[in-house]
Design a protein around this ligand. Structure first.
Ligand SMILES: Cc1ncc(COP(=O)(O)O)c(C=O)c1O
Length: 419
């Protein structure tokens, strides 16, 4: 009987996923994250692979001095924080990390969350409520979408990176707001109780680097539109921190322009630790400390993780050449792929999507690449739209030219042979 009830909740979804080639399994890695890894093959054997799929873009997870520093932090701080930030979990190392993030990002203040996912969900749902309007790029990350859903604000999705469409939806929202206010006012007059006038509140939110496409949000134009329309602007720099700009400060450094009002980021990708953050004005950070539920109602990140994030960020600060090596590698790899006849554009980030289209074909190519010693997973629906399955290659600062040239040739051969 119990199994029958479980079937009721789960069987259809699993069967549909299997039928659509979207059923997910996990790959087992036997070595730490780096540009070369060892994985467990389906037959149980170990195999070395060139890893072209990591978010550890600067390859810091496996740097000797940073591992030592984290081990030392465990000895100093123990294994866990033991409480929420607002009870007993807040250690001096958490504060040190937040101060360093603020400095690194050139902001007044910063607050950390346990993951980037929690930073997005907590920030959006704290800032916006059901009377507010959110303008969201159609390719935004799931954590932004979930934050919007949780906020219950009215969401207008604009076409990817389309600033004309963004202006169109802002106008539509303002018109809806005026109509709504008129009705509220009329109702209030009938009820002979005058309501306070409410102001229009709109939040524009976008990924800085789109995680499955590798392209960039147009920050200068977004800043202009936000200002012109009295909207708040939030960008998610999950794939931008440590990657964009000469010293890895992110999208504003890349464009040489002002910052968004709210900058979210993660400590789990180029920074190679774990956690998320928001950087901005002191008032914003004070507000989130008081109102973001994913900050308040959870145990603080382990102090050793905070220490690792802080040490790794400091490392990026004094080693900008890593950021430059990453950029050079991306340029080299894109050119090598183009030379081999693979249809890719020059990526401005560390992410190079090779769009295949059909889900089953993308899986087949990814499996053939793995057999050839190159690890690039196939990304499928629902992570990307149906029929837009792709190999999502991502580069590291430490890949060698030889590895990248070999990978480009093998990718080209395998794509051609599975036509
Ligand atoms: C754009 C974007 N935002 C947020 C996140 C979540 O960050 P985290 O892995 O730290 O939860 C991710 C990836 O996981 C992402 O790609």
């Amino acid at each position: 009987m119990k199994e029958k009830i479980l079937d009721l909740f789960t069987r259809d979804a699993l069967e549909t996923a299997r039928a659509n080639n979207t059923y997910r399994t996990m790959r087992l890695m036997e070595s730490p994250e780096s540009s070369r890894v060892k994985i467990r093959m389906p037959n149980g054997a170990s195999q070395e692979q060139i890893l072209l799929a990591s978010n550890s873009y600067l390859d810091l997870a496996n740097v000797g001095e940073l591992k030592q520093a984290m081990a030392q932090a465990v000895l100093e701080w123990g294994t866990g924080s033991g409480g929420a930030r607002l009870t007993t979990g807040n250690k001096t190392i958490h504060q040190e990390l937040e101060e360093f993030i603020a400095k690194f990002k050139g902001e007044e203040s910063a607050i950390t969350f346990n993951t980037g996912y929690m930073a997005n969900v907590g920030t959006i749902s704290a800032l916006c409520g059901k009377n507010d309007f959110i303008f969201s790029d159609e390719l935004n990350h799931a954590s932004i979408i979930d934050g919007i859903r949780l906020s219950r604000a009215k969401c207008f999705v604009y076409k990817h990176n389309d600033m004309v469409d963004l202006k169109r939806v802002i106008l539509a929202a303002k018109a809806e707001f005026s109509t709504r206010e008129m009705h509220t006012e009329n109702a209030a007059i009938h009820a002979t109780a005058k309501q306070d006038a409410r102001s229009f509140r709109g939040l524009i939110v976008t990924d800085a680097v789109f995680s499955m496409d590798g392209d960039l949000a147009n920050l200068p134009e977004l800043l202009r539109i936000a200002k012109e329309n009295d909207c708040l602007l939030m960008i998610d720099e999950a794939h931008a921190t440590g990657v964009l700009g000469k010293t890895g400060r992110g999208l504003a450094e890349h464009y040489g322009c002002a910052h968004a009002d709210v900058t979210v980021g993660t400590l789990s990708k180029a920074v190679a630790a774990e956690g998320g953050f928001v950087a901005g004005k002191q008032q914003l950070i004070d507000f989130l400390r008081n109102k973001a539920r994913s900050f308040i109602f959870t145990t603080a990140m382990a102090p050793a993780v905070a220490a690792a994030a802080c040490n790794n960020l400091r490392y990026i600060d004094v080693h900008p050449e890593r950021v430059q090596n990453l950029r050079d590698n991306v340029n080299f790899f894109c050119e090598a792929l183009q030379y081999e006849g693979v249809n890719v554009v020059q990526s401005p980030s560390a992410i190079v999507p090779i769009v295949i289209g059909d889900e089953a074909r993308a899986l087949k190519i990814s499996a053939a690449l793995q057999d050839a010693g190159i690890l690039i997973p196939a990304i499928r629906y629902p992570t990307v739209a149906k029929g837009q399955a792709r190999l999502r290659a991502s580069l590291m600062a430490t890949h060698t030219r030889e590895q990248l040239q070999t990978a480009a040739s093998v990718i080209s051969q395998i794509i051609k042979s599975t036509n």
